[in-house]
Design a protein around this ligand. Structure first.
Ligand SMILES: Cc1cc2nc3c(=O)[nH]c(=O)nc-3n(C[C@H](O)[C@H](O)[C@H](O)COP(=O)(O)O)c2cc1C
Length: 174
């Protein structure tokens, strides 16, 4: 039933209703990285999406508690590594879910660098190297807008996250 007051007065749904609903969405999985003073940082994200093509702009939402935020804001650069389905283990490491690798995440996978110097996963399906355009804070998270200054693409199947688990796509011809 439509809310009878002004929409500004309508209560938000609860956080658990929100996360439960959004857990049903299917998203690609990326590792977003940055570098500052020769120190690298990165985390697994499913929040990356494109904003517009001209200028070439994407966004990623990161919890403000993550060290990535301060480092990317200070260095003004970050990279998005879109993962292929073969990189589940690296996704787990960069989500902080592998105890032994917590302090040395970049030992998982082979890494190189493009224009900004941010870490690029050699096996990434697509690597998007970005200059930080702007940030916005919303609740617990910080939205990073990046202008893409370099790109490296390969081909393969992407890694998907849905229903709180990893999945692979089953391609269907159109
Ligand atoms: C599939 C997947 C997607 C995730 N997406 C995000 C995201 O978009 N933003 C975010 O801040 N954290 C996301 N996380 C959680 C972070 O990866 C995790 O909190 C972080 O790596 C923990 O880092 P820390 O151990 O350094 O605190 C995701 C985790 C997984 C497994």
């Amino acid at each position: 039933m439509p809310f009878s007051g002004t929409l500004e007065e309508a209560p938000s749904i609860t956080a658990s209703a929100f996360t439960s609903a959004l857990s049903q969405a299917a998203n690609g999985v990326s590792i977003v990285t940055t570098t500052r003073d020769d120190i690298d940082a990165g985390l697994t994200v499913s929040s990356m999406c494109s904003v517009c093509a001209e200028p070439a702009l994407l966004l990623v939402c990161v919890n403000s508690d993550n060290e990535f935020c301060e480092m990317a804001e200070a260095s003004g650069r970050f990279a998005v590594n879109i993962l292929p389905s073969s990189c589940v283990d690296t996704a787990m490491v960069f989500a902080g879910l592998v105890e032994d690798a917590r302090d040395n995440r970049f030992s998982s996978g082979d890494w190189t660098r493009l224009t900004t110097g941010s870490p690029i996963l050699t096996d990434a399906l697509v690597a998007l190297d970005c200059q930080l355009e702007s940030t916005q804070v919303h609740g617990s998270h910080r939205v990073f807008f990046g202008r893409v200054v370099d790109v490296r693409t390969t081909s393969g199947e992407p890694l998907i996250y849905t229903d709180r688990r990893f999945a692979v796509v089953e391609p269907r011809p159109l």
